[in-house]
Design a protein around this ligand. Structure first.
Ligand SMILES: [Zn+2]
Length: 301
């Protein structure tokens, strides 16, 4: 179902016209649910979108995260027919999902018009929405809803998780990745507009309060943690962060790091859940009647 962001009505419509109040969101080549924020400097360094596509293609980290997400989809939601990615950025994850699951309905949402323009080039046929993750215009719509390194950019992260759970069908999947360990905070986090790095208990309790039953968590980028820690300490001493330099360095040793991540993924697949690592993956399902948005069937209209 769709949700009218003006009046809250649930409806199904191909043109987003609310059956109750008649509201239609503005549109250009995408539907604009938060046009006021489309070009705002919030949550993400807008200039990053210019070099991000190149970085993503060449970075072991983005490639390895994609492989982990594909594994999570196959292992936990094998019958999924639809996926909403909240904060899809330049569409790097969805491009991979489309290659692996060509028949899946893929919907990407992104606050930034600049990010969406890149995503549109990569995904000419996907449904792309300009949207604020705190106001998601769907209820019980998707088999899986994911946000990959998104909620750490947003003050109201619990609200975002609630909205994601609402957009998933009851029993549907919720997939989240976040940066982990507040002790790893460095100028890279400041540059990235992060509001926080998580500890596992914080993420799982926030998911639970959003009505998500957590099935599995694991750290990833675990084997590289000593290297990350050293690099972060170096940045803190220098009090600076050079994103291009960091990715250039990672390109040089990218093949080696990629191999380390592949080995790590094999262990995760085999059931190992790493306790520490630069990033954290949580896999959950929307509680059938959980969260404060959902009502038991006999209370629904
Ligand atoms: Zn309405």
């Amino acid at each position: 179902m769709q949700v009218c962001l003006e009046c809250g009505e649930r409806f199904v419509s191909s043109d987003w016209r609310c059956a109750s109040c008649g509201f239609v969101p503005p549109m250009n080549d995408t539907v604009l649910f938060a046009p006021d924020l489309a070009t705002a400097e919030v949550g993400f360094e807008q200039s990053s979108f210019d070099h991000l596509p190149e970085v993503e293609e060449q970075s072991f980290w983005f490639q390895a995260r994609n492989a982990l997400l594909v594994w999570a989809m196959r292992a936990y939601f094998p019958g999924a027919r639809s996926l909403l990615e909240v904060g899809c950025g330049t569409g790097f994850v969805l491009t991979r999902m489309h290659a692996v699951f060509p028949d899946m309905r893929l919907v990407g949402s992104e606050l930034s018009a600049r990010g969406l323009a890149v995503a549109r080039r990569r995904l000419p046929n996907a449904e792309l929405l300009q949207m604020d993750a705190r106001r998601i215009p769907y209820d019980s719509e998707f088999d899986v809803v994911g946000a990959f390194d998104v909620i750490e950019h947003i003050d109201e992260d619990v609200l975002v998780l609630e909205q994601m759970a609402q957009a998933a069908r009851p029993g549907g999947g919720v997939l989240v990745t976040v940066p982990q360990h507040p002790s790893l905070w460095s100028p890279a986090d400041d540059f990235s507009h992060h509001r926080r790095r998580y500890v596992r208990s914080e993420l799982t309790s926030k998911l639970a309060s959003a009505g998500v039953h957590v099935l599995r968590t694991t750290s990833f980028v675990s084997a590289l943690l000593p290297a990350i820690t050293a690099s972060r300490a170096r940045e803190r001493r220098r009090k600076s962060f050079d994103p291009v330099g960091e990715f250039r360095a990672s390109r040089r040793i990218g093949a080696l790091l990629g191999a380390v991540m592949t080995a790590e993924r094999a262990l995760i697949r085999a059931g190992v859940s790493f306790p520490v690592g630069g990033s954290l993956l949580a896999i959950g399902v929307r509680e059938p009647f959980g969260g404060r948005f959902a009502k038991p069937p006999n209370e629904q209209r």
